[in-house]
Design a protein around this ligand. Structure first.
Ligand code: 9L3
Ligand code: MG
Length: 136
């Protein structure tokens, strides 16, 4: 089987030290994932570092610039397994420029408080990350 493709994403929070709210985005595509919520991000392109890719994705998908905080490591060598094709790395982030808008691949954004994290239908692969972030 081909090596899994690396995806990067951000848990955008209102405050990196004392996060109270987290930005969730509702996907519009592909059809199988449409309507499900996720941490914004996407695939790392050739010639990009994961962090460069994440900044590009946040600009393209939400129109924002963010300062990245710590990486939230997953169980698979630091990454979060998504499917047999994809694994994902995720960083905390805080928006420093721009107001987030669902510019591509999303049709709705929500700032969720801790008590609201279970209110949206997260992608399967993102659920364990949501659980890991609850402790924050
Ligand atoms: N994916 C899952 N959770 C996420 C992100 C950003 C992506 N938080 C999955 C959905 C797609 C694949 O990774 O199957 C590639 O993502 P994209 O490039 O379509 O955003
Ligand atoms: Mg994406």
């Amino acid at each position: 089987m081909a090596a899994p493709i690396l995806v990067v994403a951000a848990a955008l929070v209102d405050d990196l030290d004392r996060p109270a709210r987290l930005l969730a985005a509702r996907r519009t595509r592909p059809a199988a994932l449409s309507g499900r919520w996720e941490f914004p991000g996407g695939k790392v392109d050739h010639g990009e570092t994961p962090v460069q890719a994440l900044h590009r994705e946040l600009r393209e998908e939400l129109g924002v610039t963010a300062e990245l905080g710590r990486e939230v490591p997953g169980p698979d060598d630091g990454a979060w397994p998504l499917t047999d094709r994809y694994r994902m790395r995720l960083w905390l982030g805080r928006i420093t420029e721009g107001h987030p808008e669902p510019l591509e691949d999303h049709d709705e954004l929500r700032w969720l408080a801790t008590a609201e994290l279970g209110d949206v239908d997260w992608l399967e692969g993102d659920l364990p990350i949501v659980a890991a972030l609850r402790g924050l």
